[in-house]
Write a protein that binds this ligand. Sequence first.
Ligand SMILES: *Cc1c(COP(=O)(O)O)cnc(C)c1O
Length: 434
Amino acid sequence: MQYYSTNKNTAPATLEEAVVRGLAPDKGLYMPWEIKTLPQDFYDHIAGMTLPDIACRVADALFGGDVPQDVLHGIVRDALNFPVPLAEVEPGIWSLELFHGPTLAFKDVGARFMARLLGYFIRKEGRQQVNVLVATSGDTGSAVANGFLGVEGIRVYVLYPKGKVSETQEKQFTTLGRNITAVEVDGTFDDCQALVKAAFTDSELQARMDLTSANSINVARFLPQSFYYFHAYAQLRQAGHRGAVVACVPSGNFGNLAAGLAAKRMGLPIARFIAANNRNDVFLQYLRTGRYEPRPSVATIANAMDVGAPSNFARIMDLYGGSHEAVCRDITGAAFTDSEIRAAIASLRRRTGYLLDPHGACAYQALRNGLRQGEAGFFLETAHPAKFPLTVEEAAGCKVEVPERLRAFMQGRKESVAMGNSFDEFKALLLSRA
Ligand SMILES: *Cc1c(COP(=O)(O)O)cnc(C)c1O
């Protein structure tokens, strides 16, 4: 399969090129040339299938021409080797729990898939080392670092703002060692992101080393996020629901939602999507007005969604040929303030005992408000509530049990490279290891 850039100003790339580059040379996002519809027979039997079996079929359609089937299925099964339960939290409202992976967040799925696929390409071609750069405000860094830990031929640099991530988050990417380097930047998250961007456009670095990104602009992280939408649909059918299915997605950079839309393009019968935001509601405003007006992000208690210029907006535009009307047929939106998010956590906890994290809480509330007669819906519960203990405990008025996996990280010893926020310093660090 070939991949084109959403900016349509560069030559098509192979899957390998798209994965190794991350962003296309014209700064667009790569998209598969064709999103194949899966045969009716697959949908007829999906209710009885397991998540890994479903994911292998979807992966065949997406990547089958580029990776031998046994390798591809090995990558899929390895990336998804944790449960993704669907829990009914209220009549007709289901939580797709994507937080049972190594770092207790949905990004584990895409990060693990990308790490293994890139590892395969490096082995196959006898490529030189590939360097993955990732700027993080907390959660992306841990999923990427843990996903890539120990993968031969790949070195990961996680840039994070000193003193601005929680201790739990910091421990998840500074205690790993091996091929993971944590770079503690004396600056803000925006400084970290600017350093990564500058590295991608520096011609000397480009000439000396292979640099790629592991956020959702990378096709190898973005596309595998479609797998679990099929699984949620299958579980709802298995549970006996015959009516229309709605998917509600807590969104920041909109990679997760764009993957769900790709699943629909593959024929998955999801009637419509709801995009849930915190106060960073650029997408909701676009739905209302037809105008896309990025603006600086504001800090909220659902901080993984604090994005003012969602990078995957370009993919959504591409999928709908830029038609606002077509987008609005498939997607509605909602946005919540911090106090509304806290109220959603408190209310569901009080009525049912189910504990939401602040991101899932946006999606839960959007789904509850938006569900119509005869529909059932699932929302993506993107992180374990124990990742945000202070916020969740205060809102819900109860203790959050910390999973063993999270506690284990806390035992590790932090190791990081401290740096100012100048690009020269960062470049020197990279070159010293090229
Ligand atoms: C990254 C993240 C999101 C937002 O996902 P996007 O694909 O960027 O829209 C939502 N919730 C959590 C917990 C996240 O870590």
